[in-house]
Design a protein around this ligand. Structure first.
Ligand SMILES: [Fe+2]
Ligand SMILES: [Fe+2]
Length: 387
């Protein structure tokens, strides 16, 4: 890495990952290490843009089990539920036949109030066709990020099942791999056939995905994927189900959320046991920092920059856009639905200590800690969480 790219990287860190810098100042070098390479590739080289594929190096320890003891009954129960809860997007379970026009100018695929550009004076000057394109782009952006997140979840699940020390966890993990494959299939098909356009992965989601693939600590992958990224996805699913009035997409969300609820449950069960027995205080604090870092990222950094570059870059600075986007109705709903589900889980894992609580309070999301943990909720209850 050259000196100028190093300074660019530090600047990019300042802009995108402010608490990583704070953590490093506190001596949490491990956090910097896990994000440095992925951040350089994602934020500076932007090496995920315009390519057909990306190679990432995964590293983890494989835990072989020779006793085959079934000693984690709660996880065994989840495994049974997963085996009988399988569904197939292509066998008639979902009705793909109804007509759908992603550019419908009468029945809007998403209400205009959720488009981040709607508060801008230029919105009123758009033609009806252009407004329809914005609605299509917005739904496509959201579902594309979900699709890319599902791919990350597939690899995360496949890696973690090799490392968890419990046979029941390995067996359940194998069902999650199949679940994530089905999610990729269904979202890709929906984007392809119905929305008819796709977006590349958001740069911050890319950095996070690569950092988690590359981290050799299975519990860190688990925390990042099962609790944070799955929580992000569940927030998006409940929000989309709340704002998009399209029967097929609503059905897809219902089926996918039933699977995701099991995955989050799996993550909470595994990490509760692991954190309680295997980590010292310093290691626990590292996980706490990481969870906070990702929370901040999820709150501040998913501001639909791809749509800014495409449609609004000539009219506004990125700083102005960030303000519009973060204050938009859509992002407000999204943050609420995501953190309402995620924060009680972090509490349950012991990752809301007195040290970190003021930071969550500053973000305005600590109040959610008294809510019900997602791992106690049915998928219908998760979907019914008020926006
Ligand atoms: Fe999934
Ligand atoms: Fe999942």
């Amino acid at each position: 890495m050259t000196v100028s790219s190093l300074s660019e990287l530090l600047l990019a860190f300042e802009r995108n990952w402010p608490t990583v810098s704070e953590s490093v100042a506190r001596g949490n070098i491990k956090m910097l290490k896990s994000f440095l390479g992925p951040a350089y590739k994602g934020l500076i080289l932007r090496s995920h843009k315009g390519v057909d594929s990306t190679l990432m190096t995964a590293e983890q320890t494989v835990h072989y089990d020779w006793k085959y003891m079934r000693e984690f009954p709660a996880m065994a129960k989840l495994y049974e539920a997963a085996k009988s809860g399988q569904w197939n997007a292509n066998d008639g379970t979902l009705d793909w036949s109804h007509a759908f026009d992603p550019l419908d100018q009468v029945n809007h695929i998403i209400p205009d109030m959720y488009c981040p550009g709607v508060v801008l004076p230029q919105w009123g000057k758009l033609t009806e066709r252009q407004k329809a394109e914005h609605r299509q782009a917005l739904l496509s952006w959201m579902l594309s990020q979900i699709l890319h997140g599902e791919q990350g979840a597939l690899y995360g699940a496949a890696q973690v099942l090799q490392s968890v020390p419990w046979l029941d966890g390995k067996l359940f993990g194998s069902t999650q791999v199949v679940d994530e494959a089905r999610h990729i299939e269904v979202f890709h098909r929906y984007l392809d056939e119905k929305i008819q356009r796709k977006y590349e992965i958001n740069e911050n989601l890319y950095v996070l995905s690569e950092a988690l693939v590359a981290d050799s600590r299975w519990d860190v992958k688990f925390l990042g994927m099962q609790i944070m990224i799955e929580g992000f996805a569940l927030g998006a699913f409940t929000m989309i189900r709340g704002v998009v009035n399209e029967p097929l997409l609503r059905d897809i969300m219902k089926y996918v959320v039933a699977d995701e609820a099991r995955h989050v449950n799996y993550g909470v069960l595994a990490l509760q046991r692991f954190y309680a027995t295997e980590l010292n205080e310093k290691e626990r604090a590292e996980r706490e920092d990481l969870a906070f870092e990702i929370s901040l990222l999820l709150q501040r950094r998913f501001l639909i920059h791809e749509m800014y570059e495409e449609y609004w870059g000539n009219y506004f600075t990125i700083k102005e856009w960030n303000k519009f986007a973060s204050e938009s109705q859509l992002m407000t709903f999204f943050r609420k639905s995501m953190f309402r589900l995620m924060i009680p889980n972090l509490k349950r894992l012991g990752l809301l200590s007195e040290r970190i609580r003021p930071k969550y309070a500053e973000m305005g999301i600590l109040d959610f800690e008294t809510g019900r943990a997602m791992s106690d909720m049915t998928s219908d209850e998760i979907l019914a969480v008020p926006l």
